[in-house]
Design a protein around this ligand. Structure first.
Ligand SMILES: Cc1ncc(COP(=O)(O)O)c(C=O)c1O
Length: 391
């Protein structure tokens, strides 16, 4: 008798389709600036989260090299046990200062950090209210918490209010939203959400993985974008794998909340500490955000330039307001042929189709970086014209 796990793996339609169309898990042989190489072919990377283009910044690379030499490749342990080092604590202090909150805890990945931001606080018997478009890490945190879940429609504070109207005053409530939704490029209407949250005594968790480095003064994130302090949120979490040119994640808020989370969030407690080189890269990127404003300025100039091209071609960008800019094509076939035509012309993007996106919103995810050059935009425009004719 065939083992059911093997049978499941052999019969999986999603995997068979993925392998047939070779649309995911692309691997590159080389990377430099905004370019990547695959089987010797040079392509412009148009879907990276390296928004500020800092992954090759000489200061970032040098800091990571030095940390590697000084501390070795890994701390080979969890923070709770033998893995904590002074460089973790230094970055935690720096990031808490940058966000204007009391404390911060850093984790091995953004996924672990964002999961922990929820399951470190919510528990069975609580109610979590979540925007229906939040990231997988947040859904995982909700599932692990055991709390009851109520979804509300995307970026819709009125719908949240409606959902809360039917709930008991006595139940502990958590609101989970993102600063920038990276598939749609939307910014959350944070002040409106906070008003509803305050009225209903909701503990608010904001995943600002894509807002950090991109929005607000010196890239301080979504709260800053709206002229608010991060203290208006209960918890901010996020990732170092976007603007901060590294990997790792964080959870930030009041000191006693972070200490409480460190006793309760299993993903943060039982995973290894972030490696020295990754901490050094993120820490230096954070300095660069404050000392070299030209990267953020260039990013937004590039976003304007790209949007002008997309508008000229009458492509649907789902009203993106940020450097994460989808091109909505409306069906799996159209998205596939558009994506393929761009790749043929040397432009690398990511395809996302239903059920990953709502039906009819099948899209190509593109993202702009401060590293994109004039020459890149000329090539991107030419490729987009070509792809538009192919569908
Ligand atoms: C909104 C959001 N939260 C969390 C994560 C997880 O971060 P990481 O990939 O650094 O683990 C991501 C990454 O895609 C994300 O987009």
């Amino acid at each position: 008798m065939i083992n059911p796990f093997y049978q499941r793996a052999r019969k999986c339609t999603a995997t068979a389709l993925r392998l047939k169309y070779s649309a995911y898990y692309d691997s590159f042989d080389k990377q430099a600036g905004s370019r990547v190489w695959q089987d010797g072919k040079e392509m412009i990377m148009l879907s990276s989260n390296d928004y500020l283009g800092l992954t090759h910044h000489p200061r970032v690379v040098e800091a990571a090299q030095k940390a590697l030499e000084q501390w070795g490749a890994s701390s080979t342990g969890a923070r709770l046990a033998n893995g904590s080092r002074s460089y973790h604590e230094a970055l935690e202090e720096k990031l808490a200062d940058f966000l204007g909150v009391e404390a911060c805890h850093i984790t091995i990945s953004g996924y672990t950090g964002c999961m922990s931001a929820i399951c470190g606080f919510a528990q069975r018997g609580d109610l979590v209210l979540a925007d229906k478009n939040i990231h997988s890490s947040l859904w995982s945190g909700i599932a692990l918490s055991g709390a009851k879940l109520e979804r509300f429609s995307h970026n819709n504070p009125a719908d949240l209010e409606e959902a809360l109207a039917h709930e008991s005053k006595d139940i502990a409530k958590m609101l989970v939203i993102e600063g920038i939704y990276s598939m749609e490029g939307h910014i959350c209407p944070l002040p409106d959400f906070l008003e509803v949250a305050r009225k209903h005594n909701c503990f608010t968790v904001l995943d600002d993985a894509h807002g950090l480095g991109v929005l607000g003064i010196e890239g301080r994130g979504t709260a800053s974008h709206f002229g608010l302090s991060s203290k208006s949120l209960d918890i901010t979490c996020g990732s170092f794998s976007k603007s901060l040119a590294s990997t790792g994640g964080f959870i930030a808020g009041d000191q006693y909340l972070i200490e409480y989370m460190k006793s309760h969030a299993r993903p943060a407690i039982f995973s290894a500490a972030l490696s020295p080189a990754q901490v050094a890269a993120a820490s230096t990127a954070l300095d660069i955000l404050q000392e070299e404003p030209e990267h953020l300025q260039k990013l937004w100039e590039n976003v304007d330039r790209y949007n002008a091209i997309l508008q000229d071609l009458k492509l649907d960008t789902w009203e993106s307001q940020t450097p994460a800019i989808p091109i909505v094509l409306g069906s799996k076939d159209r998205a596939y042929f558009f994506w393929k035509a761009l790749k043929e012309k040397g432009i690398f993007t990511i395809i996302s189709v239903a059920p990953g996106v709502p039906p009819g919103k099948d899209l190509i995810r593109t993202a702009i970086s401060a590293r994109h050059t004039d020459e890149d935009f000329e090539k991107i425009e030419e490729a987009l014209r070509y792809a538009s004719k192919k569908i």
